[in-house]
Design a protein around this ligand. Structure first.
Ligand SMILES: Cc1ncc(COP(=O)(O)O)c(C=O)c1O
Length: 498
């Protein structure tokens, strides 16, 4: 489909910062983003055939072998600066990000919040210690618990009965868990939730700190928080000791780019570095690193205006969608202002069919299931673009309208696991493959998650219940993706050998 011209013509932002000499940096961000400047210089030399690298990457910047797929690839070490000097550049740029977020420590990751979550799990406690964790955690943190040998004490979010979606975790819930598990060494929470609902992070920080433990936040979706008065403060500003956020989700950074930020009152700098390096590549892509630096510079220079534009675009979309009979949208003080969660139960339209239409229109969304469609508008979208998408979405809903039904809460939000073994013990235990019928009542050796949202319905060490198997099957039969199962047909399951 062809978008109307107004929707695709990108407005020129921060006009006075534009560098007319380099169209590859239209906003002139290089002056405030040293990694970006280094990437621009390296790739310019490479394009001018001034380099004959006798170092990796093996493509040597030649586009006559595998083609342009490697265009713009520059190694951080040995590309953005010499292998011997690049750490100074890294420290300079990570320091700038730490200052922007009010943290004492920051690392740029080229392996997403997945790596950041695992690094933070490795940064606290000792193997065998308990941590308080929300059970609606992303699977990456669960694998972090496996790596670190931490034992989860699960806390669960409140479920909003009207929408069937999770709200934040109540402070009282975490306080009670800390009281019942006084030797827990940290609190890990995901905030905002996948559907944009938020918790009282200042309240969580207070109860964690009263108990003498750090509060660590998976803020994968919240790299823009704190940069507009109508958005919640970011986790560090709210009092958390560490946060991970995907620069590639909410900000205009390269896929995989993420930031890990910490305050070092309750966390140790050397341990944080050790934990980060444990599972990060030794060959980070300079383009990803430079894009994180550039996104940070953009946020610092123009974040409030860009977030304001996004908030207006989403507010208009929510209003427009609410005029459509049967449609509801998640809204209110507990929902962050840039999230667009569209609920279809009252229209009778099936989310997967609606999604197929909007994919065909060239507008893939982040998530769709029977009752919910979740697009991800970001600060890169203009109000016009969000309005165009909204019209296409409404047209698709109208095409698939049917008999209204009641909202069903997805298994990802309601799972109440019975933990038999700690995740690490189960991960390394001897396993066997059994038919689904005999798997019920056995202990799972594998992690199985409908993706998105990537919340495990079954995790290593948890009792396989008929409810969990039925819920996973229902997602699969309704067209959902079941990720990480050894047998995606779920005819068999991996269980701990008896
Ligand atoms: C809550 C949450 N945490 C972590 C991640 C992992 O992020 P990434 O894709 O940057 O590795 C995701 C991915 O969607 C997520 O939803």
């Amino acid at each position: 489909m062809t978008l109307p011209k107004s929707a695709v013509s990108h407005e020129i932002l921060v006009r006075d910062r534009r560098d007319p000499r380099d169209p590859r940096d239209p906003l002139g961000l290089r002056a405030e983003a040293p990694m970006l400047a280094a990437w621009l210089d390296f790739t310019r030399s490479s394009e001018a055939a001034e380099l004959l690298p006798m170092s990796v990457p093996g493509h040597k910047q030649r586009q006559d072998l595998v083609g342009t797929v490697i265009a713009g690839d520059a190694p951080f070490y040995g590309g953005l600066d010499t292998i011997k000097q690049a750490d100074s550049l890294r420290l300079e740029c990570e320091g700038r990000a730490a200052r922007l977020w009010g943290a004492d420590w920051c690392r740029f990751s080229v392996a997403g919040s997945t790596h950041g979550n695992q690094a933070l799990a490795l940064a606290v406690g000792q193997p065998g210690q308990e941590v308080i964790v929300n059970r609606t955690l992303h699977r990456s943190l669960l694998l972090g618990l496996v790596l670190a040998g931490l034992r989860p004490v699960w806390v669960r979010p409140e479920i909003d009965r009207r929408s069937g979606l999770p709200a934040g975790v109540a402070v009282r819930t975490v306080q009670d868990a800390l009281a019942a598990h006084p030797s827990a060494c940290a609190v890990f929470l995901g905030d905002p939730t996948y559907v944009g609902t938020i918790s009282d992070l200042a309240g969580h920080a207070a109860v964690a700190h009263d108990a003498g433990v750090p509060l660590i936040i998976d803020a994968a979706w919240a790299a823009h928080f704190g940069y507009h008065p109508d958005l919640p403060p970011h986790a560090i500003a709210a009092g958390a000791d560490a946060m991970v956020t995907s620069a590639h989700k909410a900000l205009p950074a390269y896929t995989q780019g993420a930031l890990v930020l910490a305050r070092t009152t309750r966390l140790d700098t050397a341990r944080l570095d050790r934990a980060f390096e444990a599972t990060h590549t030794t060959s980070p892509a300079g383009s990803i690193m430079a894009s994180i630096d550039a996104a940070r510079a953009l946020l610092a220079a123009d974040g409030e205006r860009l977030c304001g534009r996004l908030i207006r675009g989403v507010a208009a979309a929510r209003k427009r969608l609410l005029e459509v009979p049967g449609v509801s949208v998640l809204d209110g003080p507990g929902v962050e202002a840039t999230k667009l969660v569209v609920q279809l139960a009252g229209t009778g339209a099936h989310g997967n069919r609606v999604e197929a239409d909007i994919i065909a229109a060239g507008m893939p969304v982040e998530m769709a299931d029977r009752d919910t469609v979740i697009p991800i508008p970001t600060i890169a979208d203009s109000e016009d673009q969000i309005a165009v998408f909204t019209d296409v979405l409404i047209d698709a809903i109208e095409r698939h309208r049917g008999t209204p039904r009641s909202v069903m809460t997805a298994a990802s939000w309601t799972v109440e696991p019975q933990t038999v073994l700690a995740p690490r013990e189960a991960f390394f235990a001897r396993g066997e493959t059994v038919p689904a019928a005999t798997a019920i009542g056995r202990v799972s050796a594998e992690l199985i998650a409908p993706y998105p949202p990537g919340v495990p319905v079954l995790a290593p060490g948890e009792l396989i219940t008929a409810a969990a198997v039925d819920a996973l099957r229902e997602v699969a039969s309704d067209g959902g993706r079941i990720a990480y199962a050894a047998d995606p047909s779920m005819a068999t399951f991996q269980v701990i050998a008896e």
